[in-house]
Design a binder for this molecule. Structure first.
Ligand code: G6P
Length: 513
């Protein structure tokens, strides 16, 4: 820890090692891009495909030594733990073929894992995002199965496991995140049986009937069962996982305990599967939503759009699970029916760029942009626009201004394990106004029961729900928003991580009933 804290990040300079350099102190060695002789050790480690930092240039706000903390609740939730408990984060730093030595940013020690151009194509774009992502989202687009992708997935998972094994103190707690790293728990348990291993899946776990398609289904279940605790967003995901463990590995499952057997048929350890619905940093969003400059920015956004009576908003990664096309279809029909007009209403659609080299994502972008062009071409006037489409990512301050500017938030996901945008919108509405239209297929619907829930496949139902939101009386809007805000403020992301870690450290009482 000490070493990594002292170190600056450094890009590998493979031409550097000389005898003189070999005599460098540890800190200098790290700056020159070479690994220190003795790796720093940590008692708490988080592992995710991406590190919680992005590259930036010095003129951008929040940029420190070329890095900026990435937005998102996970890092906020874990940061206090990481600083208090001598923790480190292991992950890819986002640049292909570049070796970056461990460094510290914003008080968090970071251990970068290198990915080559081939790894990105086969492990990240291939197995993670063209096999697992669509398969785990109920095959809304067909998953592809390629043995070369699987080989790369195994190889890269091993690299992550090795990095953790090298840096974990004896008896450390390790928390592995998400579908890109499902083999890491088993690999770690084999290399380091002394560790306490948790895993959290941030996306759905599909029913065994769909998971069955995966040629490597046994290896994935076995990989996850290396963990002491496997966390999911919803109890249905935990249930799907336990049914798959039983069906494909013949594991015995009692309550939430899965008895993992060694080659001699004896139970080697007990893995537990449980739901922990994730949330957001509600305090941060509430605080931003009360800042005068952000409130003024929201007014400015409305003015720039010609002060329409109603602003509708969609905010999504440009992903086929989000139902953006369904939303646009419903909106186009409402314009055609004359239920909304460009003079009275504007739909802002923020579609942040995502996985742009993956074919299905390219196709989706073409489709969405074609539809937006058609709608605007048909309905725009010189003064007013039907859809303001923004293919960008924005900092959280701008997002909160957009949430404040929008009267109606549209979340039409076809499959989404949670959807944190829904929670952010509600939290930002500190005046308890505005309306949330929310897909029944987003996990957030389990918690935000006062949203206007709908099935995005039912276009007429979606249109009716949008109109209900547009015309909602203030008293009803306030009643619904108040109750949803309370739910979120009572279940901050801090609570999510605290509950997971408490469960991970619980002593397991064997349930043999
Ligand atoms: C989802 C996944 C994350 C992932 C994020 C962005 O939220 O659960 O693991 O990091 O999408 O996707 P990307 O492929 O850009 O990392």
């Amino acid at each position: 820890m000490e070493t990594a804290e002292r170190a600056e990040h450094g890009v590998s300079t493979t031409d550097k090692p000389t005898e003189e350099a070999d005599r460098d102190t540890e800190g200098k060695a790290e700056q020159s891009g070479r690994a220190p002789a003795t790796p720093a050790k940590f008692s708490f480690m988080v592992v995710s495909n991406r590190l919680p930092v992005d590259r930036c240039s010095s003129e951008e706000s929040g940029c420190e030594d070329g890095w900026r903390r990435s937005p998102g609740g996970l890092v906020t939730a874990l940061a206090p733990m990481m600083t208090k408990t001598d923790g480190a984060w292991v992950g890819w730093h986002g640049a292909p073929d570049e070796t970056v030595q461990p460094f510290s940013h914003g008080g968090i020690d970071l251990v970068p894992v290198q990915l080559s151009t081939d790894d990105i194509e086969l492990f990240y774009e291939g197995f993670s995002n063209s096999t697992l992502w669509p398969l785990y989202h109920d095959a809304v687009v067909p998953p592809e199965f390629h043995r070369t992708w699987w080989d790369a997935y195994r190889k890269v998972n091993k690299r992550f496991a090795d990095a953790v094994a090298e840096h974990a103190e004896h008896g450390a707690t390790v928390w592995v995140q998400d579908y890109q790293l499902q083999l890491v728990p088993r690999m770690l348990r084999e290399a380091r049986p002394d560790l306490k291993i948790g895993f959290f899946n941030h996306i759905p776990f599909p029913p065994p009937e769909i998971f069955a398609q995966l040629p490597w289904r046994r290896a994935i279940i076995d990989g996850l069962l290396g963990a002491d605790l496997v966390g999911f967003q919803r109890s249905s995901d935990a249930g799907n996982f336990m049914r798959s463990a039983r069906r494909f590995l013949g594991a015995s499952v009692k309550q939430q305990q899965i008895h993992v057997k060694g080659s001699n048929g004896k139970t080697t350890h007990i893995a537990r599967a449980q739901a922990f619905p994730i949330s957001i940093d509600a305090q941060q969003i509430s605080k931003l939503a009360r800042k005068p400059e952000i409130i003024e920015r929201a007014r400015q956004i409305r003015r720039d759009l010609g002060n329409p009576k109603t602003i509708l908003l969609g905010v999504d990664r440009l992903d086929y699970t989000k139902g953006i096309s369904h939303r646009l279809k419903a909106y186009e029909e409402l314009l055609a029916d004359g239920k909304v007009t460009v003079e009275d209403a504007t739909l802002i659609q923020v579609a942040s760029p995502s996985r742009e080299r993956v074919e299905q994502y390219r196709l989706l972008r073409e489709e969405v942009e074609g539809t937006v062009g058609r709608i605007n071409g048909t309905y725009d006037t010189m003064e007013n626009t039907a859809v303001r489409y923004l293919h960008h990512s924005y900092p959280i301050e701008e997002m909160v201004a957009l949430y404040l500017a929008a009267d109606v938030m549209l979340i039409t996901a076809l499959r989404d394990v949670m959807n944190l945008v829904a929670k952010e919108y509600v939290t930002a509405r500190t005046n308890n106004d505005g309306a949330l239209v929310l897909s029944e297929f987003a996990g957030a619907a389990d918690q935000l029961k006062q949203a206007l829930l709908m099935n995005p496949h039912d276009i007429d139902g979606l249109k009716d729900t949008i109109m209900k939101a547009v015309n909602m009386r203030p008293a009803e809007a306030s009643r619904r928003m108040r109750s949803m805000r309370k739910q979120i403020l009572d279940h901050d992301v801090d609570l999510w991580s605290a509950e997971f870690l408490a469960a991970l450290n619980e002593k397991v009482v064997r349930d043999d009933t």
